[in-house]
Design a protein around this ligand. Structure first.
Ligand code: BDP
Length: 652
């Protein structure tokens, strides 16, 4: 029998609850509730839909606090007055989220209170890059660091869906309402999810449905050719549109509430409309029209750039690509197309600018795409809590002058999942916190990432408050620590090509992938200015564009993302660029050392499985940080010939 970690749901208890609701999700809540250990209390607790509010004693008071535009499908109210506690919602999903709210906070609830919750972003999704048949290079889960797929094994959907149900439950508990189960790089085997594997896709969808989660499939744009029948995938060819209509009909016959499709087209060698001289709107709209009769959505990815191009001239800066492809098409997409935009213009780096597309699309619905799996952020070997980074992105002011934030503009949020079939789900047990924080921030972007860590830690480990504070202190700033020992002021990608783990300063410097640092004996950084560089800064509106364009107003942490400067350029923080590189790489290493020491001082308060999971990983992280520190510092010392101002050892 497989056993797996219950994560943050393991320690929860509830009092007796009366449920006044019917429907499929109310069934799920009843089943959930039956499995939850009881807590003795005097409170009368009720869960009900608004229609049945009169069955509870707080009906009148709750009606007074309902928002004028209602709670929507997903919102809920929790009210406690004296001995009564009521959770009320308009629909099944709201009730489910209300139930999980109760589960999360019940033991902390004190005194009378009223909470009205509605998610800030309507679609909150996780994308899995899982392969039906393990890929020869990428394995079972592309960029997965926690074992194999929980959905697929030996070229089929797994028979026993117990683990999938546990996962759906975890996701619902943090408010996730959509998943895509297969890799965006759809190979031959996964293309057949649309045909041979449909009954199994329906089984998967059934489990997610129990938790209010809509299943999506990543599809291959060339399916009409690969699955046979048509000799083209030209989106404007009638035969192709017909092929997709009947394929979609078959899918909806099997899964009537499928969320829709995710598409990676004309990107990193995947097929797409460009082959036929068509553009992304032609491609996306053709699929959208096939899905529209069933209420389905196309998530069309904007991670589109030419991976064979190199930096030939200013127009081929990879950072420009998404905007250059999609802004001219703004307004040409059907209503059920969502453009899925990576948070940065390059690729999920530990630090990069926020994509200007997130601020500049005016007439097209879009989704912000994040990466929970730690491809570029330590691969679940290194501890890197990403909550603070995502919060920064969500709160990014898209104009630079009190304009709308990314969170306010986006209608959907998507992230690449970090889970696999490892007993603890995420490989590094502490990486569970990233999944937790993602869901909670997607629901409420104003949540404080450090409070979320406390919440997660309290629910995950049985420990006293002091130990919890220590653990949180170890984790809270680990993203910045990771940034310090790996990156330089907005320059990333100095990683081992292919695997993307560990330092290789020039690994991608002379290849065609478009990810450079341009270091020479005088200076470092990428000139993306309008005046002398790629012109990327011009993709932002004023005053943001001007702020990035000017080397003296560009924020330090992005200086080398936007500018090529001499090593003795003085930053706003008063240090030279080179000294900053040395300092941060020494500091990053020392911080990991301190994290390890601190962890060792509390490790024996954790169970042996947790200890044996975390201690060796932190030790490996220290070795990795040292490697990064030494390679980066040596590289820049040799190139510049300028020693460290503090005389620390730089290995040659
Ligand atoms: C890159 C990954 C690659 C993915 C790609 C994507 O290295 O494995 O296929 O993103 O998002 O970061 O499509």
């Amino acid at each position: 029998m497989t056993t797996f970690d219950p994560c943050w749901l393991g320690s929860k208890r509830l009092p007796e609850v009366t449920i006044h609701a019917s429907g499929a999700l109310a069934q799920t809540i009843r089943a959930e509730f039956r499995q939850t250990p009881r807590l003795r209390t005097e409170l009368e607790v009720a869960l009900c839909t608004i229609g049945r509010l009169d069955e509870t004693p707080l009906a009148g008071l709750i009606r007074q606090v309902l928002p004028t535009d209602g709670l929507g499908d997903e919102g809920f109210v929790v009210m406690r007055q004296g001995n009564n506690l009521v959770v009320a919602a308009e629909a099944g999903r709201g009730l489910l989220y209300g139930y999980f709210y109760l589960l999360r906070y019940f033991e902390w609830m004190d005194g009378d209170f009223t909470v009205v919750e509605r998610p800030a972003i309507p679609v909150r999704m996780l994308d899995h890059w899982d392969n039906l048949t393990p890929h020869p290079v990428m394995g079972s889960v592309e960029r997965g660091y926690s074992g194999g797929s929980i959905f697929f094994r030996d070229g089929r959907v797994v028979e026993d869906l117990t683990r999938v149900r546990a996962y759906a439950r975890l996701l619902a508990s943090i408010g996730i309402n959509a998943v895509a189960v297969n890799n965006v790089n759809v190979h031959a085997a996964e293309t057949r999810l649309l045909t041979d594997h449909l009954p199994d896709v329906a089984r998967l969808a059934g489990v997610f449905r129990e938790y209010g989660i809509a299943l999506h499939l990543s599809v291959n744009f060339a399916s009409p050719i690969e699955l046979g029948g048509v000799d083209t995938a030209d989106p404007l060819d009638e035969r192709v549109a017909r092929w997709w209509s009947s394929a979609v009909k078959r899918v909806y016959d099997a899964v009537p509430d499928l969320g829709g499709f995710v598409v990676k087209a004309d990107s990193e060698n995947r097929p797409g409309p460009h082959t036929y001289g068509r553009d992304h709107s032609d491609g996306a709209n053709m699929l959208a029209r096939a899905l529209a009769p069933y209420g389905g959505t196309v998530f069309w990815r904007c991670f589109v750039y030419d991976c064979h191009q190199d930096w030939r001239d200013r127009s081929t800066d990879r950072a420009r690509a998404a905007y250059d492809h999609f802004i001219p098409l703004d307004g040409r997409f059907d209503d059920n197309v969502v453009l899925q935009i990576k948070h940065g213009p390059l690729d999920f780096q530990v630090r990069e600018a926020v994509s200007p597309l997130l601020g500049e699309l005016q007439e097209t619905t879009f989704a912000l795409e994040l990466q929970v799996t730690q491809e570029y952020t330590g691969q679940q070997k290194d501890l890197c809590y990403l909550g603070p980074w995502w919060r920064e992105i969500l709160h990014f002011d898209t104009t630079g002058a009190d304009g709308p934030t990314v969170a306010e503009r986006t209608k959907a949020i998507v992230a690449v999942s970090n889970i696999g079939d490892d007993p603890n789900w995420t490989g590094h047990k502490l990486a569970q916190s990233n999944l937790y924080a993602y869901g909670r921030l997607a629901w409420d972007p104003s949540a404080d990432p450090v409070s979320l860590l406390h919440e997660w830690a309290a629910a995950t480990f049985a420990m006293d408050d002091r130990t919890r504070s220590e653990l949180v202190a170890i984790m809270a700033d680990s993203w910045r620590t990771y940034e310090r020992y790996t990156a330089l002021l907005g320059v990333g990608f100095m990683v081992t090509p292919g695997t993307h783990y560990g330092p290789n300063v020039n690994g991608y410097e002379y290849s065609a992938w478009g990810t450079y640092h341009f270091a020479d004996r005088y200076g470092v950084g990428v000139d993306r200015t309008v005046a002398t560089g790629s012109g990327f800064t011009g993709q932002y509106p004023e005053p943001l564009a001007g702020r990035y364009e000017n080397v003296y107003t560009c924020p330090d942490e992005l200086l080398l993302f936007f500018h090529h400067v001499p090593y003795d350029h003085v930053l706003q923080n008063g240090r030279t660029v080179l000294q900053h590189i040395y300092d941060t790489h020494f500091q990053g290493y020392e911080e990991v050392e301190a994290m390890l020491t601190r962890w060792k001082s509390i490790a024996d308060r954790f169970d042996p499985t947790t200890r044996e999971n975390i201690t060796p990983r932190l030790e490996a992280q220290l070795a990795n940080a040292r490697e990064w520190r030494d390679q980066v510092n040596t590289y820049f010392y040799r190139l510049s010939g300028i020693p460290d101002a503090h005389g620390r050892t730089i290995y040659r």
